[in-house]
Structure formats: C-alpha cells, structure tokens
Ligand binder design. Sequence first.
Ligand code: S3P
Length: 193
Amino acid sequence: MQNKYQHNSQTFPLRGDKRGAPPSLIYLIGFMGCGKSTLGRHLAKALGWKFIDLDDHFENKFRTTVPLFFKEFGERGFRDAERAALLDMENEEKAVVAAGGGTPCFFDNMDFMNRTGITIYMQVSPEELARRLSEARVVRPLVQGKTGEELLAYIREKLAEREPFYNKAKIIADASKLNLDGYLRILEGIRDF
Ligand code: S3P
C-alpha cells in the first residue's frame, strides 16, 4: 500500500440506465471489521443521502438474522439470498450501501456494484482486522469462536482469497489512515456532489 488511495484507471462507470446519469450509489466494500458501516453512516449524513447496511436490509427482507440464516441454510443459501438483497439496490438512489464482507466475492456481484455505483474498497491490514474483530460484539458466523493466532491466520487466508474481487473496486482506500474528510475529497475528485 503505497498511496493513501488509488483510483482504478477504468473509465468511470455510469448507471445501468441508458441516459447515462451519474451514479448516485456508493458501495463500501471490504473485509469484516474494516469499518464499512461506521463510515457509511457518516458519509451518508455528510452527503445528505440514505445509508443502507446490506446485512440489515437482508434481515428485514428475509425476516431473520444473518447468523440464524447461516445456521439454517449454510453459507451457500446465504450467498443466494444475499445476492437477491443486493439486486434490490438497483432501485435505490442517493444511498451509501455498506456491503457484507463476502458480497463482492460471489456471482457477478462486483460487476453489478461497479455498474450501478461507485465502489470503494476499504483496505485494512490483517493484524488490524484481527484486533478489531476480537473486540467486536456483533456476531459474525465466519469468525465466531476464533481468537488470537487462529483468527489472524483465518483473516490472512480469506483476505488473500477475496482481494482479487475487492481490488476491482473503482477506489481503493487505505481505511486505517483516511477520515471522513479524506473520503469526501476523493469523491469530490471524481464527481460533482
Ligand atoms: C460476511 C460478512 C458479514 C455478513 C456475514 C458474512 C463475510 O458482514 O454479511 O456474516 O462473508 O465476510 P460484515 O462485513 O458487515 O461483517
């Protein structure tokens, strides 16, 4: 990680509609514990947009909780349902969406997000993620019960598997250094809010 952020060089995506209106969705992606929901709330407030946590939307849509859904249908079932929850975002406008940590890594979810909005990968080191996740109170089925070295080893392995997907984001941000203003500056640089 040399820069605080880098802007992937592809042409900036326009919304899927043919009129070519500028994107009015921002997707925050990255590993569990990278701070998507916290930043999402602040960013949405600063922009005067809506904040949507995809896990919350999932829980409202399917009237259950993520851990219960995992228990009942396994990860495969969860990914199918998560995909359906993600597709609902196409109907949203002026919203900051915090994706789940695994959302970008299944089906063509990453392409969908890049087509319908601005994607920001919030990059955080495995050590920092392990520290944050071991302190978190939210139940996350994939890391539940893991601590210390086992947690760190799991994060390293999973992150290596997921980064090729995360790296397709339009913006890659060093999330342990950037504050809200930093993100707003990046966004101002790529479109007129
Ligand atoms: C997951 C991350 C979680 C949630 C589910 C699976 C993952 O979301 O979607 O537990 O596969 O990384 P957060 O990243 O918001 O914790």
